[in-house]
Design a protein around this ligand. Sequence first.
Ligand code: MSP
Length: 647
Amino acid sequence: MSCHKNVYITTPIYYVNDIAHIGHAYTTIIADTLARYSRMSGLDTFFLTGTDEHGQKIEESAKAKGKSTQAYADEISATFKNLWDDFHISYDKFIRTTDKDHKIGVQKAFSVMHDNGDIYKDVYKGHYCISCETFFPKTQLVDDEFCPECGKSTVIVEEESYFFKLSKYQDKLLEWYHNNPDCILPKSKRNEVIRFVESGLDDLSITRTSFDWGVKLPENFNDPKHVMYVWLDALMNYVTALGYGTDEKNMRYWPARIHLIGKDILRFHAIYWPAFLMSLGLPLPKHIAAHGWWTRDGEKMSKSKGNAVNPREVANAYGLDNFRYFLLREVPFGGDGDFSQKALIDRINSDLGNDLGNLLNRLIGMSEKYFEGNVDCINVNKFYRAELDEVEASIEKLEPMLFEMQIHRYLEELWRPLSVANKAIDRYQPWTLMKEGKEEEVMALNGLIAVILAKVATMLYPIMPEISAKIAGALHFQISHASWNHLIKEKNMLDPFKLEKIPPLFPRIEEPLLAQSEPGNKKPETKTAKKEEQKNTGVALIGIDQFFQASLKVGTVIEAEEVPKSSKLLLLQVDIGEENPRQVVAGIKEWYSAEDILGTQVCMVANLKPAKLMGLKSEGMLLAAKDSEGLSLIRPEKPKTAGTPIG
Ligand code: MSP
């Protein structure tokens, strides 16, 4: 890696239609790990993350929540930024596609591509999946209608559109894949891309007229009804963040050393993005690395199942660094991974507690007992050369593994020195050596363990920054470029020091710390598991994201009448700030007459699927509380504008 002076690392920019889950945290933590290592090794590093805020999907999500699109995007974007800040993610820039500079950059790119003869206007007709923001040819649809990626229904879109001449770049792309065997990682994924491109590329529709939440075309196109296709807009973030089209001083970081992405968005990054860059005359990224998919307790995570793993909850319960370690150690990069509390607990108790934490405890114990906490590495080479060589051989292998996205192997290899140290204690038995009066050998053994811990802590720092800093603190040094140089590059020892006693780093975890899933329970979302959970906690716990799936609104009852032949139902028309009032059939007649409720305010669930009661359509449900004394509607304490969201 030393041949690249500038290192630019990116995550995908996340859609603001939902809060972050484990998949987002995974990508971001890998990128953070690479950025931290890169900085520690002295390279000029720029790490970018952010949010992807345009497009029909976001517009619709905002509408469903009764919010303005910008306000909604601001809110969710902030939840991502706050999470990364709380997770101490070391990003250099958090970009939002609603940033002015970004929009200017995208418009500039559009003009440049157009001037280079790569954009033309035509009519598009095709099947569009709003959820994936992607067109699919009919041949790829499931049952002629459903999206092959997410399974949702597609819509037929016919509209005037600008097209990008993607087909023109087919051969150049193939040439790039062939000449750069590791441009796509893992390498197996490259073959998939090559096969796809070889099967032929159609030109790409890159503007839309059916909605307007997006970047407009440059003014000189005089075509205000068009907005840019969200993927053109989004991909451009990787260069607009460096100032493309505005203040270009950070463009020196381009091309990206690595774009980290999930496997589902490989096509956009490995085909569209390099083609756009070729059209813009910009160099292509060095690597596009696609990771696999996380499931939970063996099941796909989804909004509807409400089983997404909330990274904040996991980190709060188990410790941020432990969570980071688990994510990076558990699955080979590119493969799919399963999150379960059992697997996480096993990693913490075994790898972290037994192998790493205990080694530090053993060192603290021995140096206290025999040397009042003093440690000296002076004779390590004399007595333990073989062990030290083994350790250095492992450490040397590490760095390339990181940037080849072999992080699980990096961690596996990093654990070898720990096992060398643990075995050395068992083999040389310091307590026997002490009895034999071989103090010098015991001090050297302690020195060996200390230097191993110091090297491991340094190389573990990118993955577990806080824990590593604590270990380094106990060993009286600070992790920095200088200590990396000293301990790793130049393979030096530690200067003599007095060991700091610190509390155990990984107290043993005996049982799951989160209510949602139990160890060994493969399907926490089954009815039995749900019941178990309710038994334990008194109530089924949901995440804030699940709560926000319900759209709750204040409404004003503008018409009320009795439903003929029904002793329970009233038929209401409720104004919730939409063009037409909602019709609600409410089972409240025993407690409220039509006159009672007319003109009053109610709180209502506004995104329930419509139902029919006594043959009448009901498009919402009123919130009410019922106890032995009867039913009472829940109303705002003070009058609120009809349609005001609750939450
Ligand atoms: N906005 C686009 C990316 C534009 S980049 C120019 C997008 N956003 S996303 O929020 O839907 O997804 C962001 C990332 O999360 C993707 O890399 C995706 O692969 C990843 N994941 C989404 N669900 C995931 C899992 N269950 N597991 C692992 N990663 C997952 O796509």
